[in-house]
Design a protein around this ligand. Structure first.
Ligand code: GLA
Ligand code: ZN
Length: 674
């Protein structure tokens, strides 16, 4: 982790691009960084063109100067490899490095994140550059992390990728017969006789409007292949750097719920995970929290690095609203609450040209420290120094987990039918928000993660049951766990082939139901059900089911399936399995999950007014409860233990009233009673 290297506080800094400025500005930057309490800079993110002018000529003099300067000023470095955008000369000379789009259009030089992952040119020169950098800077003991490339992403549909796809398939399936089986190619006469008949699924082949595809199996494997191809590029750089600087941790910056890359698989090869938090104007507090929890879950709950956030404003939204006073601080602590041990910005100084010139920065175009943003950054810098290493390494103690799986995401949304509105993330967010709004801690887990440490596991829209995943659930419930899944679950295997014999396939015995049909309701149409005297809507999809051991919690009220089960509960072994056969309202999710949590004695971290978030991290016998007032009003909470508020030093006794100003934060430290 970035913090193991003599770092005794939450490191604080961000992306710094001195190569865009003259040297007299660099000196001024050093002064301003010291003022703001900045102690880390991410360097060299997009400098490939500066560093390498032809196949064999590297020029590191400028970077040397920058590295020496920041070291002299006591700054730590997160050193990037610059391979997120290739040089123009390389694109001209080796066009194989250019990507081909979904529509088959070969790109010219331009943009960034623009290299084909299967280009021999990219593979050769990206690794060579990473090696040169590692050799040159291995003696700098202020490098606390390597940052490979930048926000890996996108897709490529070029001929090199097509060839590599066939190799990938051969390794995975061995025979063309097996490929035909798993893709069900007897449909529409797609039988392949030879590997080189297989083409990439894009606009020229299997397209069924971008998000859908005629052949889910092919497209699903392409997604896996594309994610693996980029991971291979990351890994090639990782290995060459690791061999030279084995003690420096390596990462790359992720992007939360980023669909094209299976981050759960990537995280296995990252020494720590880091991500860039750029909520859009419409994102709820819960959605931001969910992204943090997703990232924390990628590496089994290990603290992560907030690699980028804007200190004030983004440039890429339609309407780029300013972060209101206090919000940068509040969201920084929100990241820390959910597991961040470093808080970093994009960017330290605002560029003067190209598309990010209006993106916020610690140092604005005016160039001095007398700005609102700089003052807020400085105040937080001061506070983080005071806080020290208190919360570093602390972890979540959630007893509730939500499963999120990339294969499931891809497969579900590639399928045509039953409803175009079936979106995996929406359903995850519905369940997550209900828990989060009640301050119930949640871990976001993947299908490889252990279930036994949880009391409640929720797997919304578990459309795909891969391999023996059903066994894992069976064991969890058998041992006393509460499991909940929803409509349109258990439908297919890992190849997106339907599991015949009745939905929800392999989950049928655990849930004690048979789902016969799925009724998709057009937008605006609703059914309903009543639970404990309250009526709730049934929307999007209504599963029509039969009981096979489960009990009905509630039934649909209307239509030809009125009076048939909508929500069920099955006792299985020592545990319980719930099935929610439809989408409902926020109120339903809150009420229903509250009841399940109470039943399992899963308690909120703290009782707070709405939009006051409470999140806990645990370290040794200490508990740190972060209380975040997302509202614009003063709020009162009651101390539930004797505790010390770390940002002010105030000590509270159990039962004391604590006042939180608008957008304010508390970190309540207390000793755990074990
Ligand atoms: C991403 C990139 C940065 C910058 C920011 C702007 O996170 O990594 O280089 O473009 O977005 O928001
Ligand atoms: Zn390609």
């Amino acid at each position: 982790m970035i913090n193991s290297n003599n770092v005794k506080k939450i490191v604080y800094g961000g992306d710094y691009n001195p190569e865009q400025w003259s040297e007299d500005i660099w000196e001024e930057d050093m002064r301003l960084f010291a003022l703001a309490g900045i102690d880390i800079v991410t360097l060299n993110v997009f400098s490939w063109a500066e560093l390498q002018t032809d196949e064999v000529t590297y020029q590191f003099e400028k970077l040397d100067k920058i590295m020496d300067l920041v070291r002299k000023h006591g700054l730590k470095v997160c050193l990037a490899t610059s391979t997120g955008a290739h040089p123009a000369w390389m694109a001209k000379k080796y066009p194989d490095i250019l990507r081909t789009e979904f529509n088959g259009m070969k790109r010219k030089f331009g943009g960034r994140h623009n290299s084909c992952p299967n280009s021999p040119t990219y593979q050769k020169y990206s690794v060579a550059l990473a090696k040169e950098l590692a050799l040159r800077y291995k003696g700098y003991d202020n490098i606390v992390a390597w940052h490979i490339s930048n926000e890996f992403g996108g897709e490529c549909f070029c001929e090199n990728c097509e060839k590599a796809f066939r190799v990938w398939l051969k390794q995975k399936y061995k025979t063309i017969k097996e490929v035909n089986r798993v893709w069900n190619t007897s449909f529409w006469g797609h039988t392949f006789y030879d590997w080189d008949e297989i083409v990439l699924p894009n606009l020229l082949s299997e397209n069924f409007a971008y998000e859908r595809t005629m052949f889910q199996g092919i497209s699903l494997d392409y997604r896996r292949f594309n994610s693996d191809s980029m991971l291979a590029c990351y890994l090639a750089e990782y290995e060459v750097i690791k061999a030279i600087t084995p003690d420096i941790p390596i990462t790359t910056n992720l992007m939360g719920f980023y669909k094209p890359l299976d981050y759960k698989k990537w995280a296995k090869y990252m020494d720590f995970v880091s991500w860039d938090n750029y909520p859009s104007n419409s994102d709820s507090i819960s959605k931001i929290a969910l992204n943090h929890d997703l990232i924390r879950g990628l590496k089994g709950g290990m603290p992560f690095v907030l690699m980028e956030q804007t200190p004030s404003v983004t440039n890429w939204q339609a309407y780029n609203a300013l972060k209101r006073p206090g919000v940068m601080r509040l969201w920084s602590y929100q990241a820390a609450a959910h597991g961040a041990d470093a808080i970093m910005f994009f960017q330290m100084r605002r560029s003067i040209g190209a598309c990010e010139k209006y993106h916020g920065a610690v140092i604005d175009h005016v160039g001095h420290e007398h700005t609102r943003v700089f003052r807020e950054v400085t105040a937080l810098g001061e506070e983080l120094k005071q806080l020290g290493d208190k919360t570093l390494g602390a972890v979540s103690d959630a007893k509730t987990a939500i499963l999120f799986d990339w294969d499931n995401w891809w497969a579900l949304e590639y399928s045509a039918g039953p409803s175009c509105e079936l979106k995996y993330q929406d359903e995850i967010l519905n369940y997550y928000s209900a828990l989060h709004e009640q301050n119930i801690p949640v871990d976001i887990i993947g299908s490889d993660d252990e279930l036994s440490k949880y009391k409640i596991v929720i797997a919304p829209l578990l459309y795909m049951t891969k391999g023996n995943y059903d066994e894992k659930i069976r064991e969890f419930v058998n041992q006393g766990g509460s499991f909940l899944t929803t409509f349109f679950s258990g439908i297919v295997d890992e190849h997106d082939l339907v599991i015949t014999g009745g939905y929800p396939g392999k989950l049928r015995d655990i849930l004690g139901i048979w789902v016969e049909e799925n009724d998709a309701l057009p937008n605006g149409e609703e059914n309903s059900f009543i639970m404990k005297g309250k009526q709730y809507p049934a929307k999007l999809l209504c599963d029509i089911m039969h009981l096979e051991g489960a009990k009905t919690i509630s039934s649909y009220e209307n239509d030809f399936y009125g009076n048939t089960p909508c929500i069920t509960k099955n006792t299985f072994g020592k545990g319980t399995a719930y099935y929610v056969g439809t989408r409902s309202s926020r109120e339903f999710y809150r009420d229903f999950l509250k009841e399940i949590c109470e039943e399992k004695e899963v308690l909120p971290v703290l009782n707070t007014p709405s939009d006051v978030e409470a999140v806990r991290r645990i370290k040794g016998d200490k508990s740190f409860v972060f209380v975040l007032n997302h509202t614009s009003e003063e709020k009162i909470i009651i101390a539930e233990n004797n505790c010390k508020e770390l940002l002010s030093g105030t000590v509270y006794d159990k039962g004391n009233k604590i006042c939180l100003k608008a957008k304010d934060v508390l970190i309540l430290e207390s000793t755990l009673v074990i």
